[in-house]
Design a protein around this ligand. Structure first.
Ligand code: KG4
Ligand code: ZN
Length: 342
């Protein structure tokens, strides 16, 4: 007899989003995300405030995920939580809650890696449709606020980082440029929006030159800062007058930088199954450039739905489902980790 398909609850609390999702096997039933507005006025995530907000949000968010899934908590087969990487205090809230809930319901717990989960989000099947998923082995450009890397994915949990940033992440570059321009936090979405009105060729910023498949974004941010500072000395209105062009030009530089190495990785490995994941994969210019590049090099390109680009618990739940199938459960001793493991 076929085994019963489990309902998996995923819990994500690694940074500044409290999220809970329910999957039935690989099928999405609900995905609730409470973003924390408290950090906006600080221009970045304040860890202590993030932990506190997770503590306030976690019960209502989990409850809503279960209700929206149309099930009761007694039907859950396992609870999967993000163990890391992330902010330790934030992770502790999700982990402790998952452990207690699992004890209460007498079901197993599963741990998920946040970065692997961003990639595994490609395997979530949306309600009412069957979408194509990447075939192994594939390359995944993982671009978020904390990471920028090209990952070789041989299997769900067999991943190797081929190249990564040696300093800032691509998301950080977006956020820092936005901060310099006084556009608020997180900056990526605002830069994306303003860039649509601007000229991508208005200003030239030198693309970082780093060996191999690694990235570097800190020089770019510094050259942007110096450029704007010099221009403001001549024309105090410079930023206001050129906001959209600055965003468009900077965005083009970041996108081109990301693509050069991805193309190199595809050529070196001979792999034409290519995916993108993480918060920055919501960027419209990156999505367009990826599709164009895929056409040029005949890649099969996998771009996530917007809901699965930034942090969400559906990606944690899908990790949980694949581990559930392998019988890989976590122990009540599990503690969070801050840095990437693989
Ligand atoms: O994956 P994510 O939600 O959190 C981390 O794990 O870091 O990524 C957040 C990052 C932020 O740096 C944010 O500015 C960036 O993703 N981001 C974007 C866009 N939407 C989010 N960057 C560029 N364009 C966007 N549309
Ligand atoms: Zn993330």
């Amino acid at each position: 007899m076929a085994e019963k398909i489990p309902f998996i609850l995923g819990i994500e609390s690694s940074c500044d989003d409290t999220s809970a999702a329910v999957l039935h096997g690989d099928r999405l039933l609900s995905n609730i995300i409470a973003s924390q507005a408290v950090h906006e006025k600080f221009g970045g995530v304040v860890p202590e405030l993030a932990s506190r907000a997770h503590q306030q949000n976690i019960i209502p968010v989990v409850n809503q995920a279960i209700v929206e899934a149309g099930i009761t908590k007694d039907q859950l087969g396992a609870v999967c939580f993000t163990r890391g990487p992330g902010l330790l205090g934030s992770l502790l809230v999700g982990i402790s809650f998952a452990k207690s809930l699992a004890i209460g319901l007498d079901i197993p717990i599963i741990e998920a890696d946040h970065m692997q989960s961003h990639i595994l989000a490609h395997f979530i099947q949306p309600k009412g449709e069957v979408k194509p998923v990447p075939r192994f082995p594939f390359l995944c450009l993982t671009v978020s606020g904390g990471h920028t890397q090209i990952v070789l994915v041989r299997d769900h949990f067999d991943m190797t980082v081929l190249g990564k940033t040696i300093d800032d992440a691509a998301g950080e570059a977006f956020d820092k440029v936005a901060k310099i321009m006084g556009l608020g936090y997180p900056g990526g979405p605002v830069v994306d929006r303003l860039a649509r009105e601007g000229n991508t060729m208005a200003f030239k910023f030198a693309r970082p030159r780093i060996d191999g498949l690694d990235y570097s974004f800190s020089g770019l941010k510094t050259s942007f800062l110096y450029f704007v500072r010099d221009q403001l000395k001549v024309n105090p209105q410079f930023m206001e007058e050129h906001k959209t062009d600055l965003c468009a030009s900077m965005q083009r530089t970041i996108v081109e930088t990301l693509l050069v190495k991805l193309v190199k990785a595809a050529k070196e490995t001979g792999i034409r199954e290519v995916a993108v994941a993480g918060g920055v994969s919501a960027n419209s210019a990156l999505r367009t450039a990826l599709l164009e590049t895929a056409k040029k090099y005949r890649w099969n390109m996998y771009i996530p739905e917007f809901a699965f680009t930034t942090d969400n618990a559906a990606m944690i739940a899908i990790s949980g489902y694949f581990k559930y199938l392998k019988g890989e459960f976590a122990s009540q001793d599990a503690t969070p980790y801050a840095r990437q493991h693989f």
